[in-house]
Write a protein that binds this ligand. Structure first.
Ligand code: GLC
Length: 543
């Protein structure tokens, strides 16, 4: 193990189990009934019970070596650890993050020589799972200091709570000192501030706390203030009529124009997860109490809105297909006045009888029916999706494996935009041509989120199948950032090699499968007081 760069550690689940908001009792449960035949799959049962113990640790106490799914380290893991360590960034002697890519095959560095907040998340999880928490702590503290700096785009001052998209260490040769230079969107393509960074920061703070049991970091006045500043940007009262968060195109992982403005699923799922994580860490003193109250109310409204209006399955699709339009007053069924004619043809064929997902966006007369992987996986991890909805998302992944996974996990969105639609929606973006990059490209980093969702739903065999695909190519192709093509067969047109989050995402997926109790760091339970009924997997039989 040591030779692989791995240390054998367990993950503590040190935040009190009760810290996770016992939301569900308070929330309206969606009126959903999903019929499914559950095949008897003993293996999944035993895997489920392994991570279903009260503290998230194995109740079976089986030594890993003799366990049914014994963990044979793949040679790729040693290679991945080495590459991850090569990407580490140091500031005044301390590790503070990882570079987005260490690609020596190209001179075109762009901003891939920076530490991106969102990119660092899988690196941080890999380090935490390996018992190396220092780099995560320093990262959290440094980005917190950066949040404090003044940020402007031309003459316009950005909100105090905005967290950087990325930062780099800059060396002053005259004074012989290093300092950090951050980008809050003021130098980014399109000049959009990263809405997801603050959410990831809060999610990572909880992961650190859960993993190390070190409550002293999240309880510092600085961290408490940092969380409140991030949340004050999202919880401020305004003209909103929806509890979802309104944002500009390109403010998250998809950081170019892709028609994800308005209320994109990725941001709503991360918003929900960050709110719940913050709730478990905020101290109810002074303005903390007020913030907690606001969060609780928002969670209540947000989960209702998402579970009802963003959810799409065969039944819901049929209902929308038959919607009346131009309805006034409180009795309206078609509340957002979605025109049935706007339903794209592909959805009718794509939607299986069993399965469903959260659509990409819902707003006035607007429903973006595209599938987005990150938002759906985070919905499962955060329990924004009810247990039935989570199972339905996994069912969809199985039914539509070729479309959503293909030969390289995982399609960032499905389907792609082409022709006239591509011209209008992306603004003729040459990087986002059909089935490339953000426009239906396949991103290996998404493997860790898929794996987390699989473990949460007790269906690890789906993740194993995806890991097998990754292991057959990723290393050979030098860890590309993304793949192109309908099946994800081709290394992406402009993909970086040695992309750090492709490397770290693989490590996290492997470590999650090896020790599913790690899931506690990045998942939130639906309802702690209601003992979950152990459900048998509805997945394919073991391959
Ligand atoms: C690309 C991705 C973005 C990522 C960045 C650094 O711009 O779209 O999500 O953070 O590269 O890897």
């Amino acid at each position: 193990m040591e030779s692989l760069g791995l240390r054998a550690v367990g993950s503590h689940c040190s935040l009190s189990e009760m810290d996770d908001l016992d939301l569900n009792r308070a929330l309206d449960r969606p009126r959903l009934k999903i019929e499914r035949k559950r095949s008897f799959d003993e293996r999944s049962m035993s895997e489920l019970s392994r991570h279903d113990s009260p503290r998230g640790r194995s109740v079976l106490d089986t030594p890993l070596s003799s366990a049914r799914n014994s963990f044979e380290p793949h040679p790729m893991m040693a290679e991945a650890w080495e590459a991850l360590r090569r990407s580490m960034v140091f500031f005044r002697g301390l590790p503070v993050g990882t570079l987005a890519a260490v690609d020596n095959t190209t001179d075109e560095v762009l901003n891939y020589d920076q530490v991106f907040v969102r990119d660092f998340v899988p690196s941080a999880l890999a380090f935490l799972m390996n018992g190396e928490s220092d780099i995560v702590k320093h990262f959290l503290l440094k980005t917190l200091q950066l949040q404090d700096s003044e940020k402007r785009v031309d003459r316009f001052k950005l909100g105090k709570g905005v967290m950087p998209a990325s930062f780099k260490v800059s060396h002053d040769p005259i004074r012989e000192t290093d300092h950090l230079v951050a980008d809050f969107g003021e130098t980014a393509i399109g000049r959009v501030a990263p809405v997801d960074s603050g959410f990831w920061w809060i999610i990572l703070l909880r992961a650190y706390t859960k993993s190390t049991g070190d409550l002293t970091l999240s309880e510092t006045p600085e961290c408490q203030k940092g969380m409140k500043l991030i949340l004050s940007l999202c919880l401020a009262e305004g003209f909103d009529t929806f509890p979802t968060l309104l944002c500009a195109d390109g403010c998250s992982m998809i950081d170019r124009r892709m028609g994800v403005y308005g209320y994109p699923i990725e941001i709503q799922a991360l918003f929900y997860m960050a709110l719940r994580c913050a709730l478990s860490m905020l101290k109810p003193d002074g303005d903390g109490r007020e913030c907690i109250e606001k969060i609780t109310k928002r969670l209540h409204a947000l989960s209702f809105h998402m579970r009802n209006y963003f959810w799409l399955d065969y039944q819901q699709l049929n209902d929308i297909y038959r919607y009346k339009t131009e309805e006034y007053s409180h009795t309206a069924v078609n509340k957002f006045n979605v025109m049935p004619d706007s339903i794209p043809d592909w959805v009718f064929d794509f939607m299986p009888l069993r399965g469903g997902y959260f659509v990409g966006n819902v707003g006035p007369a607007h429903m973006d029916f595209r599938w987005f992987a990150l938002g759906n996986c985070v919905s499962i991890m955060s329990s924004l999706a009810t247990p039935d909805q989570s199972m339905a998302i996994m069912d969809l992944l199985e039914h539509r494996w070729d479309e959503l996974v293909g030969e390289m996990p995982l399609k960032i969105c499905y389907p792609c935009l082409e022709g006239h639609e591509w011209r209008i929606v992306t603004g003729c973006d040459p990087k986002n041509t059909r089935w490339s990059y953000h426009n239906g490209g396949s991103w290996p980093v998404l493997l860790w989120q898929l794996t987390a969702a699989c473990i949460k739903t007790g269906r690890p065999q789906i993740a194993r199948r995806a890991v097998d695909l990754i292991e057959s190519r990723l290393h050979r192709d030098c860890w590309p950032e993304y793949y192109d093509g309908k099946l994800g067969r081709y290394v992406g047109k402009q993909a970086r090699k040695y992309q750090t989050w492709s490397i770290a995402g693989y490590l996290v997926a492997k470590m999650l499968l090896e020790d599913p109790s790690h899931i506690g760091m990045i998942s939130l339970e639906e309802d702690k007081l209601m003992k979950p009924v152990i459900k048998r997997s509805a997945s394919w039989p073991q391959l």
